[in-house]
Every structure is written in structure tokens, then in C-alpha cells.
Design a binder for this molecule. Sequence first.
Ligand SMILES: NC(=O)c1ccc[n+]([C@@H]2O[C@H](COP(=O)([O-])OP(=O)(O)OC[C@H]3O[C@@H](n4cnc5c(N)ncnc54)[C@H](O)[C@@H]3O)[C@@H](O)[C@H]2O)c1
Ligand SMILES: Nc1ncnc2c1ncn2[C@@H]1O[C@H](COP(=O)(O)OP(=O)(O)OP(=O)(O)O)[C@@H](O)[C@H]1O
Length: 541
Amino acid sequence: MAAGRRLISFCDSFGHEEASVSCSKPENGCVDSLSIFHSEKAVEELLQQTPVAGMDEHLIEFSEALRTVAKALRRAAEGKASAQAEAAEWKRRYELERTRNIQMEQKARMAEQFSAEKNGDIDCERVKNSDNQSMLQNESNEHSETGCMKHGIWSHEVLRDRESDSNSNADRNKIMRKASFKLSWWCNGENGDQHKHDIVSFERGNITTAERSSKQISLKWESDPQTVLILTKPNSVSVRILCVQMVRWLRERKKLNVYVEPRVKVELLAESSNFSYVQTWKDDSEISHLHMKVDLVITLGGDGTVLWAASMFKGPVPPIVPFSLGSLGFMTPFHSEHFKDCLDSVLRGPISITLRHRLLCRVVRDAAKNEYETEEPFLVLNEVTIDRGISSYLTNLECYCDNSFVTCVQGDGLILSTTSGSTAYSLAAGGSMVHPQVPGILFTPICPHSLSFRPLILPEHVTVRIMVPFNSRSPAWASFDGKDRKLLAAGDALLCSMAPWPVPTACQVDSTNDFLRSIHDGLHWNLRKTQSFDGPRDRDL
Ligand SMILES: NC(=O)c1ccc[n+]([C@@H]2O[C@H](COP(=O)([O-])OP(=O)(O)OC[C@H]3O[C@@H](n4cnc5c(N)ncnc54)[C@H](O)[C@@H]3O)[C@@H](O)[C@H]2O)c1
Ligand SMILES: Nc1ncnc2c1ncn2[C@@H]1O[C@H](COP(=O)(O)OP(=O)(O)OP(=O)(O)O)[C@@H](O)[C@H]1O
């Protein structure tokens, strides 16, 4: 009982100590570590005085707890003391820096005065006497021209800061150097300056966009087109009829050479033997030279026929004039009924062109070991799809962008789409619709088994690498514009980057007008009955 009373009285005194700790805070808010030290000492003394032996275990535990509390308080005080010391050090450094700045400014002003006196330059006088409004302005040019730059003080933009100290004359024209930097252009693993001036200018540290690839492009013939290739959707009577009329008109009225596919030549000859002037190719190897013979490609069909036409050119593609004879016609703005007027104006030029970016896709077998190319690359105008094919398992795809890990796709698959393809499969899988002139790679999952897998749009300069991991339960399948299925076994990878050969398609009006018309007419985008005027209105506005 006596021990208990002593403990209670200690607790009272400790509470008092606690109170004194909180009250004895110095002005700066720091806990007085001396009082904490006293309280800890008091605990020690008490524990020594108290006949611990024989006391019950609860009292021992209680005294241990008190010791812990005292220690914690001491640590807090120590922490605050060290923070205070650090703050003092920072304040010292700040003062030092400030003095140094003032000295530099004085030097700068002296240099300015010296130059002004020497050259009698009124511009420098103006700077000296200018008001102290806060503003960022590019003075380096002016000053280098007038001689104020003689001592190399202002090599970049100067910042005059009124708020620094309006009373101090020294701070009135506060001058700070802007950090200088250089931009270099990194292209396909090579460090070179080849294209940088096309894209950005960065004179005197200011980055300005010089050129945007999304500009409307216009095609003007410098000599008259001579040869036309007509590509048609198979098994369509309306297409066949139109093809006959068009070939005749192009030959008889426009005196052009006409190329068609071997299948179409057979069809034309079946129609009339007069079509013997129509040219074609005998074997597929001749197709690789077509771009050197053909000035213009005309497609008669739907979007699939435009994809077909693009797939025939593994390198540069001649301008394509797509006529709409399909169900949707997203990329086919020309109407077949007016084909003569349309072709007349295209052959005359100039015409607006949409430069549709393509993706270059390479399948790399056993990617972990062999990086060299083993198979022909594919060029896609819409997209490359990597999916589970007939397998009932989730696809498991490891995705990298350049060398950075992007994510692991677990779902039905992944679409890597061009912006032209953004309105095709990628759209159906939840991707954004993107104007076809915007360069970029859409990264759209197909039925991902996760709640948070939103589609991405990656910049055009990256290489995307999709790998089937070794622990994948099943292989994956890659398809290119919905065709040419390729098996990707565990360890295989697909590399995808922007191809250097876009597909130029002729516009009806211009690329933006054609794109918007397609999403309105083709997809009925945001179609809603307009609300009537008749109804409740906010009369206060
Ligand atoms: N779920 C889907 O939406 C889905 C599934 C498979 C393939 N596709 C698309 O079909 C394309 C192949 O086309 P196809 O004509 O050879 O096959 P298809 O005959 O099966 O036609 C597919 C449809 O997609 C339309 N389409 C094609 N490219 C388009 C584009 N860039 N913008 C808007 N619509 C477009 C076509 O007009 C056609 O109506 C593939 O590249 C793929 O994008 C879509
Ligand atoms: N010249 C061609 N040779 C072989 N196949 C072709 C050719 N042109 C088109 N195709 C194929 O025929 C299919 C149908 O073509 P297309 O998409 O142009 O017609 P559609 O389906 O009637 O039109 P839409 O795509 O507008 O619905 C596509 O799969 C396409 O790849």
C-alpha cells in the first residue's frame, strides 16, 4: 500500500513534470529537453528508492511504461533540437547567397553603366532607369547588339523582379541568369541534328514548335499523271460495272495507262476484247516495282479495299483516291456516281491529302535469344492485334515501350493501332477516336480482366514490344489489318514502330472535314434529337 501511495504521488509529480514540459516550451516552440531529462531522472530515482522486490508484477510493468514514455519524450526533444540547428544552418546559407547575389547585381550594374558611358547607348540607359515591374523579357539580343553584353553578363533572358525588395535600389533591377541548355534530336538510336529544326526551334533557350506534322498537306502535280492502278473489291457486281466505265473513261478521255489486278483483267476481257490495252502483272514479284510505275491508285470498294491497296506497297505508296462502294467507308470519301468530276479534279490538282501513318511490325522468334529478323515485316494501316485466337485461356502478354515495362495484358488480347485505325477495331475495344493526321500508337486492350486497364496513346517515336512470356499457358496470335494470322509461341515477341512510308489518301475536302464527316455519317457520333425550345426555361438569365 505504501509503495502504491508513493507511486501515485510520483505519478502526480510526473504529471506535474509533464505539465512543466509543455509549459516550459521556449519561444521557438522547442521542448525544454532539460525538464524531460529531470522527469526521466525522477523516474530512475523513484525506482531506486521504491522497494521493487516483492511488489506485484503490475507495478513493475507500470514503471517500465513510464520509463518508455520518458524516453520517447526525450527523443522528440532531441529531434526538434536538431531540426532547429538545421534551420539555423539554412538561414546562414541563405544570407550568404543573398549577399553574393547583391554583389553580383552591383557588378552587373557597374558593367552596364560602363558600357552605356562608353557607347552612349540609349537602350542601356533605358534599362538602367526602367521601372521595376516584374517581367520576363528577352533582352539578350538587344543587349548583345548594343554592346551591353560586353562582359557576358546577360547571355540569356533576364528577369526583373519587383517583389524582391522595393526599397532597396540594389534589388530593383534584379537580374537572374536563365539556365542554358541544348536540345539534341534522337532518331532511331542515332544521335543527330537531322530533323530537329523541322519540329522545334530553341533559340536562346526558348522552345517553340516550328512545324507540326498534323498540318493539312496539299498535293500539286508538277507533270501530268500518266499511269493509274485500279484496285477493286472482288465479287461485287456494282464494283465490276463501275470498273468497266472507269477504265474506258480513263483510257479514252484522259489517255492514261491503266493497271489492274490479274483477276480484274480477266473480268474486263470477258466483258470486251477491247480491253487488251489494260496492263497487269504476271507474278507477285512485279508488285514490288509498282510504286515506280503508278502515279495514282484508285480503289473501288470499302475500307477493306483501301487496306488491301496499302498492303500491296511494302515501301512508298502512290496517292490513293478511294471511291466508296462499301457499307461504312470511313476512308473512302469519294462517291462513285460522280467519279468523272472527282477524277478530273484529282488529275488536275492540287488536292488535299491525308498522310495516314502505318505501323511496321516484326515477329521475332525466341526473342530472349535472337534479336535478328527472321521474317518479313508487316506494314499495317489500321492495326496489329495480338489475341488468344482459338485458345480459351487468357492471353498473357508482357508489354514494353522502348525499354520500359508498360504492363502485362491478361485478357482477350491487345490492339496496337494507328490513328487511322482508331475508328476501327480499337474503337470497338474502347479506344479513343483520333484524327488520322495525329502521329501516335494506340495501345488498346481487348476485354482486359481488370477494372483499371484504360487504353493509352503512345508517341510515334517509340518501339512497342509485346512478348509472350515463357510461363504463358497458351500461345498468342498476331493479325495484321485483320489478316495474315501468325502464331506467337512462348518466348516470341512482336516489335512495332512507326513505319517511314505513310499512305497518302486524297481528301474530298480536307483531312479534318473528311474525318468529322466520317464519324458523323458513318458512326452517327453523338447523334441526339435536339431538345425543343418548348418547355421549362430559366427566366432569371
Ligand atoms: N470488333 C470490331 O470492330 C472488329 C473486329 C475485327 C476486325 N475489325 C476491323 O476490320 C478491319 C479489317 O477490315 P476489312 O474491311 O478487311 O474487314 P471486314 O470486311 O470484316 O470489315 C470490318 C469493318 O471495319 C470497317 N473499317 C475498316 N477500317 C476502318 C477504319 N479505319 N475506320 C473505320 N472503320 C473501318 C470496315 O468499313 C468494315 O465495315 C481490321 O483492320 C479491324 O480494324 C473490327
Ligand atoms: N482487291 C482485292 N483483292 C482481294 N481482296 C480484297 C480486295 N479488295 C478488298 N478485298 C477484301 O474484301 C473484303 C471486303 O472489302 P471491303 O471492306 O472494301 O468491302 P465491304 O466490306 O463491302 O465495305 P465496308 O468495309 O465499307 O463494309 C475485305 O476483307 C478486303 O480485304
